[in-house]
Design a protein around this ligand. Sequence first.
Ligand SMILES: [Zn+2]
Length: 437
Amino acid sequence: MSDSTELLLAGGRVLDETGERTSDVRVVDGMIAEIGVGLSASAGATVLDAEGCLITPGLVDLQVHFREPGREDAETIESGSRAAALGGCTAVVCMPNTEPPLDDAAVVQSVIERARGVGLCDVRPAGCITKGRAGSELAPLGELYDLGVRVFTDDGDCVADAAVMRHAFEYATALPGAVLAQHAEDPALVRGGHMHEGAWSARLGVPGRPAEAESTIVARDLALAQRTGGRYHVLHLSCAQSAALVRAAKAQGVRVTAECTPQHLVLTDETCAGFDPVFKMNPPLREQADVDALRAALIDGTIDAIATDHAPHTAETKDVPFEEAPPGMLGVETALAVVLTTLVEPGVLTLAQAIAALSWQPARVAGLDGEGHGGPVAVGRPAHLCVIDPAQRWVVDGTRLASRSRNTPWEGWKLTGKVRHTIYAGSPTVRDGEPTR
Ligand SMILES: [Zn+2]
């Protein structure tokens, strides 16, 4: 009798950065041990049916808000991780705008330990750029880096002071693999605004947040990244102007990456016409021309990743008049299915492009590729895998999501494609569409 644990994914098609092929995958003691057609299971092995399914590297979400510590009524590391696993994720980067914020080694350490205890996926805390996310004094980036933090951001707020941002870039260049991720919205330009500034905001009489609030910060930060040689990542890039700036900067060799959300790739500001606060987020949902530009930027590699900005809010805080509601929407559990249904099915993205933007490209942005995330699906690699049934149809029902909150913008949407199994470090966190713990 051996003490090793074996898992066999039987009858699927492997899709990773190296291509697509019909294959079974054998996992032994957390590692991929064998890949081939018609593998037979050893006695005692767990066999998971992958017939008709794609076996991909686990998905990686660069931007989630798990609200712990501070707002455990809206989400916890456990409930958020469960939602992430159901969405196919084996790793997520959680944002530091908690209460208290993740600007201190002890708080970051407690989040790391909490996530390890839950064990549903690899939860990587992002650290604050500035103390208290107040935008003036740098957080102890080096101390946080020593705990494994690679993504630094004041997300929820923009680092508005250019000198502070420059100083952060100078500091971060001494930390290999570190990246400054910006919530790019100039606070002076968005002050008092609740939705995208455009024809709909004018018609609805709601003060707007102009696209230039984002693009001017992106332009400034790209200049600072170029000057300092620092790495820069644009969180939830939302408008055509920003995409054009990132495209040009990449062509010049600036060390920049960018992500956009499924909602910015699919929905427009027209959704705000009913004053439903579920469609309120920062940066706001924009116009069709921006949606088209984001899709083009994803296709040509300007945008590296699709990240959700999963932002749970309790009904008590979110179901209030539009102008009083906090920004943000759920996303981590539905992202893959939304992308498959709205972008892959109509032929906007190939399946390989979609999985690249949901898995190995974000893994690289956060430095998680060096820790076995994002594939390739190869012998000797850690078994962080997602098994997707591309044909399964389902309807989004907020009451059935794993999140503690219900603010999904996809309520009632008919989606095609669902996660059947998620394998994290060799063990199933989702099996036949259900969380294992
Ligand atoms: Zn943000």
